[in-house]
Design a protein around this ligand. Structure first.
Ligand code: MGD
Ligand code: MGD
Ligand code: SF4
Ligand code: MO
Length: 692
């Protein structure tokens, strides 16, 4: 039989949002590959998504609803029908509505899929209609987003190809070799053409290993480094006074503040040699255009917001915004802000009440949210027991006998293990969606390729079923995916010049379309801030309790009792997307056992040798990992990559140690401000664990 080829989009949390093709024979997907016509994918997929059919046809895929037998977390389940599952949810929720009101119900979703229908609208409409608690979605890039919008007015970036116009690229707290793979060919091409590549990262990542220069500062000190660089640039006359006068607000005050950042202080705080800082300032001052590239890893610390504000000042000081190959390449997300009215449909809904910060989930379940208490937790497209800060508290909270928890996922995750009911979710091949990207200016359509496996349902289909059981018959709760897309797209396109000529019909016919964005953002030095300028001083920040100028940094640290002497950095794994795919044996084999990188000086001081089993601990919890003794991490810093499932690792995972103290801006998670201690552990159970 000749296969039918269906065009789709990779739904995972990655800036590339590749176009994909699925070959289907008789309702079965038989081949999966990159769409050769998709300009970002360019004919290849990353190591984790290439074997996507192993994910779709994994023997452990959930196929039907499950109800818990025995105590919470005991791992015993019975199969139930969808009818019974939905009836039980409706019954429990009606009781909760009577006793506590709807805000006692908390939906928790995040980045399992990034689609408009299955993530954005599925996280909004039904929950608004129910009147549930809002979720503050601040786990990933909230501080950097707030900082960028305050300073530049919008998250706009050029496409990856713009790096070919740069003479210098500073990749700052970002590891694109793993996290934005399709940027790498452009970077290599630029490098071969003579572009100098600098990486600023406390770890010698795969990206750093191929750079011309690698600086490894202490985590969280990037703002101080940026202020120090700014001062050196001004001292050497590399600043552009005319541009600053014309296109910025607050330059005189900012300049005065630079007095606080003499080189010796900056070197002391960052742990970098003065010469290395001077060298970077010289490169940035002289190699023009110079591009600063970062993602969200850099904002996951107590100073995440102000650090990004300080970074964003550098292109302004040198007058490099609005030129090809210059400025900042952070995110293209701001070109498409889905129309909030069409996404949310607030009409007829209870007024939105409290918002629960996802980074306080454990504390919220344990009583911090008490008016009303959280009586029901509904998790979909997320795995908080694995991926959210202070996971031990989440586990403890989810074990509450009086909490009614439903988890909708493709797999029986660490989070699903703690549920009362587990519902089976479709994979991307079994659902329809539209995807914007955060690393490119394409919109990519995902056509459903195969029927749902077993009794799986998509997020949006589930929202419609829940609405039906709760007696909500508004048409906007029961649209088809294409109707949702058409409505949101039409509303978004109105008044947004980037959507010129874009319709759903066109996207479906062509598979993907390019937004009508300018090649260079902020051309002519015009910014969508209230002043129309770069806001070095941003008075809007005062209302939120922040210093309106960058340059004052928090000095508190994550204190967990005596001896917490190492900073824990938990960047992205190469073979997983957060915890997604981290139960796939082929990828686990590539990734090796769960481990922690430690500098030889820190290892020797603790009697730890390479390959030792170690216990990592602080006041929040512990986990056991395999030590990798390496100078790829700077002294004082240990690195354990994110994503490992506790149940597969044979131990708690690293998020049992991460801090739930929030960062400076926007309720951001501060994973990389966590402090830990490490000791040798006796060899007992294997760490590698077994597949569930
Ligand atoms: N393969 C893969 N790709 C992914 C993901 C994944 O899990 N796996 N996750 C996706 C998601 S959710 C996101 S948000 C993006 C994130 O994309 P990135 O920001 O590129 O990813 P991270 O690895 O979180 O962080 C990048 C680097 O920041 C460094 N770092 C940490 N703290 C600091 C600091 O204070 N200063 C400096 N200078 N460096 C610091 C870390 O060592 C790490 O190498 O990637 C996405 N892509
Ligand atoms: N230690 C540490 N932890 C981190 C970070 C870090 O830097 N360090 N980074 C954080 C960041 S940046 C992010 S964005 C978060 C991400 O955290 P989460 O959003 O919780 O992402 P995942 O852990 O990948 O879990 C996603 C789940 O969604 C499921 N899923 C996939 N598609 C669908 C679908 O269509 N429907 C349903 N119902 N389920 C689906 C997957 O099977 C998976 O179990 O992790 C954070 N965790
Ligand atoms: S995870 Fe990223 S690089 Fe991999 S296929 Fe998906 S969009 Fe492409
Ligand atoms: Mo993220």
């Amino acid at each position: 039989m000749i296969p039918l080829t269906i065009r789709g989009a990779c739904p995972h949390d990655c800036p590339d949002t590749c176009g994909v093709l699925t070959d289907v024979v008789g309702g079965q997907a038989v081949a999966f590959r990159a769409d050769p016509d998709h300009p970002v994918a360019d004919g290849w997929l990353c190591a984790k998504v290439r074997p996507y059919l192993d994910h779709v046809y994994h023997p452990n895929r959930l196929m039907y609803p499950l109800r818990r037998l025995g105590p919470k977390g005991s791992g015993r389940w019975e199969r139930i029908s969808w009818n019974d599952a939905l009836a039980e949810i409706a019954r429990r929720w009606r009781d909760i509505l009577d006793t506590h009101g709807p805000q006692a119900i908390l939906p928790y979703s995040y980045s399992g899929t990034l689609g408009l229908v299955q993530m954005v609208v599925s996280s909004a409409r039904f929950w608004n209609r129910l009147g549930a608690s809002q979720l503050q979605r601040s786990i990933c890039g909230a501080a950097a987003e707030a900082a960028t919008e305050a300073t530049l007015g919008a998250r706009w970036s050029a496409d990856y190809a713009d790096v070919l116009n740069a003479k210098l690229v500073v990749i700052w707290g970002h590891n694109p070799i793993s996290t934005a793979p399709h940027f790498m060919p452009w970077l290599r091409k630029a490098q071969r053409a003579g572009c100098t590549v600098v990486v600023v990262d406390p770890r010698r990542t795969g990206t750093a290993a191929t750079a011309n220069l690698h600086l490894a500062p202490r985590p969280g000190t990037d703002g101080i480094l940026a202020m120090g660089l700014a001062r050196l640039l001004v001292e050497a006359g590399h600043h552009n006074e005319a541009w600053l006068q014309q296109h910025t607000v607050g330059w005189p005050e900012f300049r005065t503040r630079l007095a606080d950042f003499p080189l010796d202080r900056v070197a002391d705080h960052t742990g970098l040699a003065p010469d290395a800082i001077r060298h970077l300032a010289h490169l940035y001052g002289t190699l023009r255009p110079g591009l600063l590239k970062f993602a969200d890893g850099i904002n996951r610390n107590f100073n995440g917001g102000q650090n990004v504000r300080a970074l964003l000042a550098l292109p302004a000081i040198t007058g490099q915004y609005g030129i090809a190959g210059g400025g900042v390449m952070y995110s293209t997300s701001g070109y498409v802000k889905w129309d909030a009215g069409a996404v949310h449909h607030w009409e007829g809904c209870p007024r939105p009440g409290r918002s629960v910060n996802m980074n306080r989930l454990g504390e919220a379940l344990l009583g911090e949210a008490n008016d009303p208490p959280i009586a029901s937790l509904f998790v979909f497209g997320a795995n908080p027991a694995t991926s959210t800060v202070a996971a031990g508290k989440i586990r403890q909270g989810m074990l509450r006998e009086d909490l009614f928890t439903v988890v909708h996922d493709l797999f029986l995750t660490d989070t699903a293990d703690l549920a009362d009911l587990v519902l089976p979710a479709t994979s991307q091949l079994e659902q329809t969606d539209l995807h914007k990207a955060y690393g490119s200016t394409l919109l990519t359509y995902n056509a459903q390729a195969i029927p749902p496996r077993g009794e799986c349902v998509s997020n949006w289909e589930l929202m419609s079923r829940l609405a039906q059981w709760m007696g909500f018959d508004e048409p906007w709760l029961h649209q088809s995916p294409d109707e949702v897309i058409a409505e949101v797209l039409t509303a978004t396109a109105q008044g947004n010049p980037h959507f010129e000529g874009i319709t759903l019909e066109r996207i479906k016919a062509e598979g993907f379309v390019k937004l009508a964005t300018p090649g260079v953002p902020f051309a002519g030095g015009v910014f969508p801030t209230p002043s129309g300028k770069v806001e070095l001083r941003c008075d809007r920040l005062i209302a939120a309790g922040h210093d309106p100028l960058p340059g004052q940094f928090r000095t508190d640290s994550d204190k967990n009792g005596e001896g917490d002497s190492l900073t824990l950095v938990t960047g992205a794994s190469h073979h997983f997307v957060t915890s997604s795919f981290a139960s796939q044996q082929g990828l686990l084999d590539h990734a090796g056992p769960p481990s922690i990188e430690i500098h030889p000086d820190d290892a020797t001081a603790r009697g730890i040798a390479d390959g030792d089993r170690v216990r990592v601990f602080n006041s929040r919890g512990w986990c056991e990992l395999r030590a990798i003794v390496t100078d790829a991490v700077r002294p004082g810093v240990v690195v354990a990559l994110k994503g490992r499932w506790s149940k597969i690792s044979g131990t708690n995972n690293i998020n049992h140690l991460t801090t739930d103290t929030l960062a400076d801006f926007a309720g951001q998670a501060a994973y990389h401000s966590s402090r830990v201690e490490i000791e040798r552990a006796p060899e007992s159970r294997p760490l590698e664990g077994v597949l569930i």
